[in-house]
Design a protein around this ligand. Structure first.
Ligand SMILES: N[C@@H](CCC(=O)N[C@@H](CS)C(=O)NCC(=O)O)C(=O)O
Length: 202
């Protein structure tokens, strides 16, 4: 199903967030649900030269990579009436124009027992995007994150708030990729805080 199929003559639209959108939606919505989408894994493989980085030192933000065996937890937001146009207009700038994300339609599964799956719009950055950075080790990703910042603030804030969301809202979920990067970044902070030692080689 294409994104436009779920937008046609809609009085209600669900938007799935799995990165900064889980802690900073910044658009009006009617309700939100924690849950997951199947067939995608979340990875810090997208570059960001606006919100959490710049052209000289791009930050790293998350995107989704297709993987039939994986699922990604986040938050789905329901927008209705005028919220639909307002949210899409806002996200088009924040995610597509400034972030390089495209939209896809996905099936969102709410965590609540017996709650039916919902069709949702999701913003994904694909490998053909000019600022896509691709795979790297947790240490390499962490080393890039701790020195990057952009118009929205420090890249490490983006990492820590996402890790906090997962610990608080999805404590039962194992996300080795996210938490290994968080641990590597926190281990590097003492070196960042002006210690004399050089940052250890990764
Ligand atoms: N599309 C993902 C990732 C969104 C995301 O992190 N987008 C960046 C743009 S590169 C953003 O909005 N950052 C705002 C911020 O870092 O405060 C989501 O659904 O959460």
């Amino acid at each position: 199903m294409k994104p436009q199929d779920i937008l046609a003559e809609k009085t209600s639209l669900w938007i799935f967030g799995y990165g900064s959108l889980v802690w900073k939606p910044d658009f009006k919505y009617k309700k939100s649900k924690v849950g997951y989408i199947q067939g995608y894994k979340r990875r810090f493989w997208h570059g960001d030269n606006f919100h959490r980085g710049n052209d000289e030192m791009p930050g790293r933000v998350v995107t989704l990579v297709e993987d039939d065996d994986a699922c990604t937890w986040g938050v789905a937001y329901e927008v209705t009436g005028s919220q639909i146009e307002e949210s899409l207009k806002y996200l088009n700038v924040r995610e597509a124009v400034l972030g390089g994300y495209i939209t896809r339609a996905v099936e969102f599964v709410p965590r609540g027992v017996g709650e039916p799956p919902l069709l949702a719009l999701v913003y994904i950055a694909t490998a053909d995007n000019p600022i896509y950075l691709g795979p790297a080790s947790p240490k390499e990703i962490a080393a890039q994150i701790i020195v990057s910042h952009g118009r929205a603030g420090q890249n490490i804030e983006y990492l820590l708030r996402l890790a906090d969301f997962m610990r608080c809202q999805c404590p039962e979920v194992e996300d080795a990729h996210l938490f290994s990067i968080e641990a590597a970044a926190l281990a590097l902070v003492p070196y960042l805080l002006g210690s004399q030692q050089a940052v250890p080689a990764s």
